[in-house]
Ligand binder design. Sequence first.
Ligand code: COA
Length: 372
Amino acid sequence: MEVGIDKISFYVPKRYVDMTDLAEARGVDPNKFHIGLGQDQMAVTTADEDIVTLGANAATQILTDEDKATIDLVIVGTESSLDESKATAVVLHDLLEIQPFARAYEIKEACYGATAALMLAKRHVLANPERKALVIASDIARYGLNSAGEPTQGAGAVAILVTANPRILALENDSVPLTQNIYDFWRPTGEEFPRVDGKLSNQTYIDSFAKVWEEYKKRTGLNFDDFTALTFHSPYTKMGKKALLPLSDNAHLLEEFEKAIVYNRRVGNLYTGSLYLSLISLLENSTDLVAGNRLGLFSYGSGTVAEFFSAKLVEGFEKNLQTEYHRHLLDARQRLSISEYEKIFNSKGLGQAGVKFSLREVLDGIPFYNKN
Ligand code: COA
């Protein structure tokens, strides 16, 4: 029996900053951001948006009443949690009106959290093929004004419905995880911004990819030519390419890589959701994909846990994508000036929507596209 991704969607804040504007304000050559980091726009949350509203919007786009009656596992991967104790997944379970006899909890391991959730969801459905599991990755990436990490901020959520006989991607049983205790990026309890050694995090990411790929090759006998495309965790879009190029210059993989970063270039870092935004970008922007193609996914969370795994496209996958909705979502956003962005960034209300408003207001206050 195959288990995997039946539906997948993302949601991003309603406002963004253009990276040329940010570069000019910071006295930096815009090419450093556009070419050096591979980022064109950066999502910015306002006081009415947080990981709950972002996650609820992402999931609402894909869930039917039948899904809500069948889901019995809801896992949220996040490193922007609103509460040290109560899981965001419990709030989202309520907001999304999922049937009560379900498990709901939150997972943390930096940007790897959603992958841990996906692996658990897969096992859950393998053991209970008639049930469904909902994985939500939701984060707000904030490094601080004028910090080295500022151009790699962003925000957004991805919702993934995991089922038996999935209609988009069947997950293979080949994943290779890797855990290493390294302080490249971490955020001690109570601190607003992460402590980050940017160069070390880049290097650890690159080394981790090389290590899991080498082990994957050894275990499966597969090589890069066996993949139609690879998708990467994308704190900024050049990161994946920096990990791939020392190991392969496969022209087709590099061509597909560009399709897998179309959306990420316009949003910035989603932390846990980044890899899955890249996957959606590939699925919705590549014109070469066909059923049976093998895709590789590289997940990386600072601290660190990395994992490489693969999935195969299933017949008719293109009919289950949300391409039109996602393009509209990105195009309909409002561009902020740098002074507006700085004012919003410093405002107290940021990131508190889930606790500031009642649950009903959180959903009703958001103008859902296609909401019915
Ligand atoms: N035109 C084109 N490229 C330019 C440029 C210009 N005018 N100026 C600089 N660049 C390139 C640099 O050559 C470099 O490319 P390379 O990495 O391929 O060598 C890239 O832009 C970034 O420049 P760099 O000087 O390394 O940037 P930085 O010191 O300001 O920091 C990060 C970059 C990513 C380390 C920083 O943004 C950060 O700490 N981010 C948060 C942590 C993170 O995202 N880690 C990733 C792993 S999870």
